[in-house]
Design a protein around this ligand. Structure first.
Ligand code: NAP
Length: 478
């Protein structure tokens, strides 16, 4: 089997590892940029870190005793991704600066075309091209008229020095809060433009002492034990609390967020502005132990009024006031539902994936779509997202996809049956009805059709579903 993997972020690396494990060594990872790492390559804003503890946010096949903090900084994670890709022999298989533009089903396989022209024929394709990947700019008038410097959080210029500058941050999600918590200390003034308040769970981010690292180097089994402990805490307690499968843990979590706000923010007026008007967990939880402290610094301002427009010198509010700024950061999130965009993916019988998904992305168990034989996805529609370790999700899906590729290597092509796929999606939509995500807030989980693109069941159910493909759910053709 010759396999094309689209993307060399965490999902692509996981796919490469499990392909090799199964004896499929003939694969190419296509990477549009000149470096791997996906989200960790793109996101280099001040304070970028993973809010899933590092000893959990790592591949099961690449334990790492060297993490320096409980939640390590983005650059460290990016270095880890690069090391792992080298260790598993994936690095040399990356075609850098090859953006896949077109993938066409032909002769029982796929013709792959990149920004550099036709590349070749593959027996199977694994799309690992990421979800939080296309920066979303806000629809605010006058953005282009700003005379200071500005950027989207995922397009950070490493040469930027904000010392002594008047900085504005638009957006108070996980990104905006990390930027605020880090920058407030270094800049002349920081104004956070918050449209909607966020619930914030305290997660102390302490350094990992050298002795602890040595302990893990000396005793990898101990480090593994810690991984499994964290997985249990995050998936069965925290993740299941959010997805509605552990009400008791949910109560604890909600109380922890409420108490964090109550005890950390002293000024009642500021506290009121920071108090969300929706249930804990409706939007993706922000985890931070430093945001509340930062926003209470004398040089920090929380602006909760409505933005009228961006002007040459700053941000004009609806009430007529102007925040004069030197630098404006758009921490306004991503087009989270533009999966596989803008590739032209043409399947069997003239089907085009973008057209199939015109009324919303869907898939069979997130990994495959009827009409697209031997086309697979990691991080596809309704993958578990939110506060889980995405690496766990990616590994489960990669193993499952490789099992299907094994079947294809014996039989020809595999593709999910339409009726089974429809039934799965109907069940998924039904299950979404009772979740916290539809309890009365707006978030990036909603697609254009107003449907939540998350996974409504427990993580253990997801892991169970990903154990072994039920081949009766697939058309298998020579
Ligand atoms: P986000 O959660 O989508 O937040 C975007 C923010 O921008 C929101 O506060 C939103 O306000 C605001 N916004 C958007 N358009 C606006 C407008 N026109 N005017 C004013 N405000 C506007 O994006 P994100 O913070 O980049 O995070 C996205 C996801 O990335 C996270 O949920 C998480 O999954 C991942 N992430 C993870 C980490 C980590 O540590 N693991 C760190 C960063 C990001 P509203 O709430 O009112 O819409």
């Amino acid at each position: 089997m010759r396999v094309a993997i689209i993307g060399s972020g965490a999902s692509g690396i996981a796919a490469a590892y499990y392909l090799k494990q199964a004896g499929f060594a003939d694969f190419t990872l296509f990477e549009k940029s000149d470096d791997l790492g996906g989200t960790w390559r793109d996101n280099r804003y001040p304070g970028v870190a993973c809010d899933v503890p590092s000893h959990l946010y790592r591949f099961t096949f690449a334990p790492n005793a060297e993490w320096t903090r409980r939640c390590s900084p983005g650059a460290e994670i990016q270095a880890y991704m690069r090391d792992v890709a080298k260790q598993i022999g994936a690095f040399e298989k990356i075609a850098f600066n090859h953006e896949v533009t077109k993938v066409q089903f032909a002769d029982g396989g796929w013709e792959v075309e990149t920004s550099k022209g036709p590349y070749g024929h593959f027996d199977a394709v694994i799309s690992a091209s990421g979800a939080l990947h296309h920066p979303k700019m806000p629809n605010i008038d006058g953005i282009e008229s700003f005379l200071g410097r500005s950027c989207h959080s995922a397009q950070w210029d490493d040469a930027t020095d904000l010392t002594g500058k008047r900085v504005g941050v638009i957006g108070s999600g996980s990104t905006g809060t990390q930027i605020t918590a880090t920058l407030a200390d270094h800049v002349q003034s920081l104004t956070l433009f918050q449209r909607t308040a966020q619930w914030i769970m305290p997660l102390p981010n302490y350094p990992i002492a050298e002795e602890k690292r040595q302990e893990y180097r000396d005793d990898p089994a101990k480090m593994d034990g810690y991984y499994h402990y964290l997985a249990g805490r995050f998936n069965e307690v925290f993740g299941d609390a959010v997805s509605g499968h552990n009400p008791e843990a949910y109560e604890h979590m909600a109380e922890a967020c409420e108490e964090n706000l109550r005890t950390s923010v002293t000024d009642p007026e500021l506290r009121a502005k920071l108090t969300p008007d929706y249930a804990v967990g409706c939007k993706r939880l922000v985890l931070s132990d430093s945001f509340y402290e930062a926003i209470q610094r004398p040089n920090a301002t929380l602006e909760t009024g409505a933005i009228s427009k961006v002007e040459q010198n700053g941000v004009r509010m609806e009430d007529g006031s102007l925040h004069e700024l030197d630098y404006l950061i758009y921490a306004t999130g991503f087009h989270a539902h533009s999966l596989c965009h803008p590739m032209h993916i043409a399947g069997r019988d003239g089907r085009v994936l973008a057209e199939e998904w015109a009324d919303g992305n869907y898939a069979y168990r997130s990994v495959a779509v009827p009409g697209f034989p031997n086309w697979f996805m990691i991080g596809g529609p309704n993958s578990p997202i939110g506060n889980f370790s995405y690496l766990m999700t990616a590994e489960h899906q990669a193993k499952y996809v490789v099992s299907l590729i094994k079947e294809a290597s014996i039989s020809g092509t595999v593709e999910p049956k339409p009726d089974v796929t429809d039934a799965y999606n109907a069940e998924l939509r039904e299950a979404m009805n009772g979740t916290i995500w539809v309890s009365g807030c707006d978030s990036w989980y909603f697609d254009k059709q107003g449907r939540v693109a998350s996974y409504p069941w427990s993580f253990s159910r997801f892991a169970e579903e990903m154990q072994t493909p039920n081949l009766a759910d697939f058309h298998i053709r020579p």
